[in-house]
Design a binder for this molecule. Structure first.
Ligand code: BG6
Ligand code: MG
Length: 214
């Protein structure tokens, strides 16, 4: 029986996955590096610096550590300026209903995100007080597909991993959930991932009853 649900943030709770893409596209264009939405799919769930390394696979030269730090910072500034437009309406369909129903049923809810911008985003969408625990990029050393971010969330909730369900839009996140010994519901971009235990386009297609009995 599932006693806790750990939600990824970008691309699951809120549409910020599109802003990540726009920030990286701007940086890549400025640097003259080829980048498109297909490559962007590989960045889902992956930390900022690891995302940059993936983008630099298409670069014509090597970049120093200092240059890489500067580029990651620049992308984050572009991203943060897009985040300023974020509002409670930008949460995905079905999210608010699902969070309320889980709470009403006594199921714990947490965030498990690689993003260091998690606290800012939760505040912008008015969900900063909603979750029983938040585990994010500021608190972990290894990013998805490593299970660290989800195991930290489970330990904060004091729920064993095999009673947790992860909701993910990233293939790296589905992998991380499985590596943590948790069940996984794949949505959005990951909705065809065969490794997930349940798949849906978004949370409005899933009931709490389905989740409980996974
Ligand atoms: C994840 C996103 O949630 O956070 C990735 O899916 C992103 O695309 C990662 O790179 C790190 O985010 P941030 O906000 O710390 O740059
Ligand atoms: Mg995501």
């Amino acid at each position: 029986m599932i006693r806790a649900v750990i939600f990824d943030l970008d691309g699951v709770i809120v549409t910020t996955d599109e802003f990540h893409y726009q920030g990286w596209q701007r940086l890549a264009d400025e640097e003259g590096i080829f980048f498109d939405r297909k490559i962007n799919e590989r960045l889902r769930g992956v930390s900022r610096l690891e995302s940059l390394e993936i983008i630099l696979e298409k670069a014509g030269r090597n970049y120093s550590k200092e240059e890489k730090t500067g580029m990651a910072e620049r992308k984050n500034n572009y991203y943060r300026s897009l985040l300023h437009t974020l509002a409670p309406d930008d949460v995905f369909p079905g999210v608010k209903r699902m969070l309320k129903e889980l709470k009403d049923t006594g199921i714990k809810i947490a965030i498990g995100s690689s993003s260091k911008n998690t606290p800012f985003i939760l505040q912008k969408i008015g969900l900063e007080k909603t979750f029983d625990a938040v585990s994010d990029g500021n608190q972990i050393k290894r990013s998805k597909p490593d299970p660290e971010v989800f195991l930290l969330a489970a330990s904060k909730l004091q729920i064993p991993p095999d009673q947790c369900l992860v909701v993910e839009d990233a293939d790296a996140g589905v992998e991380a959930a499985i590596n943590a010994g948790m069940k996984c519901l794949a949505v959005g971009s990951a909705c065809v991932n065969p490794k997930a235990h349940l798949r849906a386009n978004n949370l409005s297609e899933v009931s709490v009853e389905q989740i409980r009995n996974m």
